[in-house]
Write a protein that binds this ligand. Structure first.
Ligand code: PLP
Length: 357
C-alpha cells in the first residue's frame, strides 16, 4: 500500500436523508449541506431517461467516449470534442488530473478554505499541499500570496470559482493576471462547479482563457445548478495535448448510458437552468439582507450557498426543524445551502429567535 494512504481520512459522504430522518425522529428533512439543487431536476431529464430505459437493454457496454454528450458540449463551447474529459462527476475528473500530472514530491497549491478533494487527491499521489489562506475580511483569494507561493515544484494550482465554501467570485481579469505570471509547466485548474449562479457580472466564466493559455483546465459539473447530482457527470476542458494524457488513464466505460442521456437532456434545458439561477439569486439576496440586519458576518456569495461566522449551535436548532447545513469546515463557521423561498423563511425565523431578535 502507498504509505500515505494509511494516514489519510476518506471523504465523508452525506448520510442518506432517510437515515438522518430516522436517527432524529423527524418527518421532514431538507438537506442544505451538499449544495444540491433544491428545485429538483428538469422534467426533460426524466422524460429522456424513461425513454432510454424503455427502449434499451443494458447488456451492451455504454459509449465509452460519450460521443453524443461530447458533441453537445463541443458545439456549445465551440471547442473541439477531443479537448473534453467527461467523468463520473467532477470528483472523478479531479482524481484523474491528480493521477496524471502529480509525482511524489510535487506541490499543489490551494487557497483555504477549499474543496477538500483537491488536497486529498494530491496527497494520495504523494504531492505536498501548499495552502494559502483567503483574505479574512472578504473571503477572496489572496492572489499576491498565492503567486508568491508558486515555485518550481508547483505542478497544479486549484482555483474554485465561485469558491466552495466561501462563495466568493473572482473576476476573469484577476485569474488571467495570475495565470500569466506562473511558469508554463504549472497547470492552473479553474473549477467552475458553481459558475452558473453568478449574477454580479454579465459573463462570469473564464472559458475564454482557454484560447490564451495552454496550461489551464476548466471544470464543470451537472451536479449543482443542473440538479443532476445523483447521475454523476462532470467534465474538464484542456488543451489537446494535456487532455490526451488524462484520457489515457480514464476507465474505458466510466459513464453509463443513463447518465449520458440525462446530462445531455439537462444541458439542453436552458429554461430549467435559468429558473434555478433566478430563484437562487432572489433567496440569496434575501439571506444577505437578513444576515446584514442581524449583524452576522458572512462572505458575499455568488454561489447557491452562504458561508457565515456564527455560533455553530444554530445548526442543531435548524436540524430540529428539518434543515441540515454544513458544519466542520472551520471552527465557528457554517455553510448553508440556499433553499427555496419557504425553507429560507423558516430558517430565518429560527435564526432570529436564536439570536434573540
Ligand atoms: C460539488 C463539487 C464538485 C463535485 O461535483 P461532482 O460533479 O458531483 O463530483 C466539484 N468541485 C466543487 C468545488 C464542488 O463543490
Amino acid at each position: 500500500m502507498k504509505e500515505i494512504i494509511g494516514q489519510l481520512k476518506s471523504y465523508v459522504p452525506e448520510e442518506p436523508l432517510e437515515s438522518v430522518q430516522a436517527r432524529l425522529g423527524i418527518d421532514k428533512l431538507v438537506r442544505l449541506s451538499a449544495n444540491e439543487n433544491p428545485y429538483g431536476t428538469s422534467q426533460k431529464v426524466r422524460e429522456a431517461v424513461l425513454d432510454y430505459v424503455a427502449n434499451n437493454d443494458a447488456n451492451y457496454y455504454p459509449d465509452g467516449y460519450a460521443a453524443s454528450l461530447r458533441q453537445a458540449l463541443s458545439e456549445h463551447w465551440d471547442i473541439p470534442g477531443d479537448q473534453f474529459v467527461i467523468g463520473v462527476g467532477l470528483d472523478e475528473v479531479i482524481s484523474l488530473v491528480s493521477r496524471t500530472f502529480l509525482c511524489p514530491g510535487d506541490n499543489i497549491l490551494v487557497s483555504t478554505p477549499a474543496f477538500s478533494e483537491y488536497a486529498l487527491n494530491g496527497l494520495i499521489e504523494g504531492a505536498e499541499v501548499n495552502a494559502v489562506p483567503c483574505q479574512p475580511e472578504t473571503g477572496h483569494y489572496d492572489f499576491p500570496a498565492l503567486l508568491a507561493a508558486v515555485n518550481d515544484k508547483t505542478r497544479l494550482v486549484w482555483f474554485c470559482n465561485p469558491n466552495n465554501p466561501t462563495g466568493t467570485y473572482e473576476t476573469v481579469e484577476d485569474l488571467r493576471n495570475f495565470i500569466s505570471q506562473v511558469p508554463k509547466n504549472t497547470i492552473v485548474i479553474i473549477d467552475e462547479a458553481y459558475i452558473d449562479f453568478v449574477t454580479d457580472v454579465p459573463v462570469p466564466t473564464a472559458m475564454e482563457l482557454l484560447k490564451e493559455f495552454d496550461n489551464i483546465a476548466m471544470m464543470r459539473t451537472f451536479s449543482k445548478a443542473y440538479g443532476l447530482a445523483n447521475y454523476r457527470v462532470g467534465y474538464m476542458i484542456m488543451c489537446q495535448e494535456l487532455t490526451k494524457y488524462v484520457q489515457t488513464i480514464r476507465l474505458p466505460y466510466n459513464l453509463n448510458s443513463v447518465s449520458q442521456v440525462a446530462a445531455e437532456a439537462a444541458f439542453k434545458d436552458e429554461a430549467f437552468l435559468k429558473d434555478t439561477i433566478e430563484k437562487n439569486r432572489v433567496q440569496r439576496d434575501k439571506w444577505e439582507t437578513v444576515l446584514t440586519d442581524l449583524g452576522v458576518k458572512f462572505f458575499h456569495s455568488q454561489a447557491n450557498f452562504i458561508y457565515m461566522q456564527i455560533d455553530e449551535a444554530i445548526a442543531e436548532e435548524w436540524l430540529k426543524v428539518g434543515y441540515q447545513v454544513r458544519k466542520g469546515l472551520q471552527p465557528g463557521w457554517l455553510r448553508i445551502g440556499i433553499g427555496n423561498a419557504e425553507d429560507c423563511d423558516k430558517m430565518q425565523t429560527v435564526l432570529r429567535q436564536f439570536l434573540g431578535n
